[in-house]
Design a protein around this ligand. Structure first.
Ligand code: GTP
Ligand code: MG
Length: 330
């Protein structure tokens, strides 16, 4: 059975809403990446060295990342040999299969958040300015709220003008409390307040916003350390997740940011935003494969329900949706 067929079977187990989100959100990448793979397959009569070279180029341009592309091409070559594939059209399904395999091959590929069954769960959001931290917090608060959880937000970005108000707008929209202090106050003090408030309200989840920019990187990292220390001290075992937000449209730059944050703090998961805004959605694989940190959520638009738990199979379905659907008819 071709992998497209297997994918189709797995996908039908998910709700249509989720697959549609991935499909819509990945339109740009699909049009560009899968369009080019299609064109490649149509131009070649047999799978040879030139074919692989062109494929390599297409993958690199989709931001899959150099190391990951090399690994993928090696795997593909072996698989093509093993299955005696000669028709280039058959390679597409193998590519999709290998993409899923590469994503799932590392340890720790779960996108499930470490949510405490009893007591308060604290989620700390970090990332440089403009990547989508505050928006993601709003979307996630909405998700938890609709699951019946009691959510509190902490306005830990006291640095950027308007940041507190922006989180308050989300708080009102979603219907959750936002704990804040004045602009310019110590974010660690905000966290302390927020934790006390969350405890006294018996909250299930506290989501902490932080600043994305300080005068320099050293200050930013020091501030994050201090915030984290207060959280650790006030809630044993917290923060339960340190989620690094990366903007998919910044490509390889996102990888560099991730390396910097990884050195400074224990990042437990990645939220990759604005996947809908890039034709280079292959960055998901580069992040996973080159950093070894799981992508827990992806942002597929600006609306409240545009945040989706990451799933490698649904993602690859989004990349090849047209072909997968065609397969079903065949
Ligand atoms: N298209 C799209 N836009 C997004 C997504 N996530 C966030 N954005 C937009 O990105 C912009 C920046 O988002 P913010 O949430 O303010 O980013 P931030 O990381 O909090 O930025 P600072 O507070 O300046 O550090 C906003 O215009 C968001 O609407 C997404 O998944 N898709
Ligand atoms: Mg913000």
């Amino acid at each position: 059975m071709s992998f497209f067929k297997k994918l189709k079977e797995k996908i039908t187990k998910q709700t249509d809403a989720v697959t549609d989100k991935f499909k819509d959100g990945l339109t740009k990448t699909r049009d560009s990446f899968s369009g080019r793979v299609n064109d490649l397959v149509a131009r070649y009569r047999k799978v040879d060295e030139d074919f692989f070279e062109e494929l390599e180029e297409i993958l690199i341009q989709a931001d899959v990342g150099f190391e990951t592309v090399m690994e993928l091409i090696e795997e593909l070559k072996m698989e093509v040999k093993r299955q005696h594939i000669q028709d280039p059209a058959e390679v597409q399904s193998v590519i999709s299969e290998k993409l899923v395999e590469i994503y799932q091959s590392g340890e720790d590929t779960t996108s499930k958040l470490n949510i405490q069954e009893d007591g308060l769960t604290v989620l700390l959001f970090v990332g440089v300015n403009g990547v989508g931290k505050t928006t993601t917090i709003g979307k996630l608060a909405h998700k938890f709220k609709s699951e019946g959880k009691n959510v509190v937000l902490a306005a830990g970005d006291t640095f950027r003008a308007g940041a507190i108000e922006q989180l308050e707008v989300w708080g009102e929209r979603v219907g959750v409390n936002v704990i804040k202090q004045g602009a310019g106050s110590d974010p660690a003090a905000v966290m302390f307040d927020a934790i006390q408030a969350a405890k006294s309200r018996n909250a299930d989840i506290l989501i902490c916003d932080t600043a994305g920019r300080l005068q320099n990187k050293v200050n930013l990292m020091k501030e994050l350390e201090k915030v984290k220390r207060v959280i650790e001290r006030e809630v044993p075992g917290a923060p339960h997740e340190v989620l690094l937000v990366l903007d998919a449209t910044t490509g390889q730059n996102a990888l560099i940011q991730a390396k910097t944050f990884k050195e400074a703090t224990n990042v437990s998961g990645i939220v990759l935003t604005k996947l809908d805004g890039t034709a280079k959605g292959g960055i998901v694989l580069a992040i996973r494969n080159e950093l070894g940190i799981p992508v827990k959520f992806v942002g597929l638009g600006e609306k409240m329900d545009d945040l989706q738990e990451f799933d490698a199979e649904t993602y690859v379905y989004g990349l090849f949706a047209d072909l997968v659907e065609k397969e079903e008819l065949a």
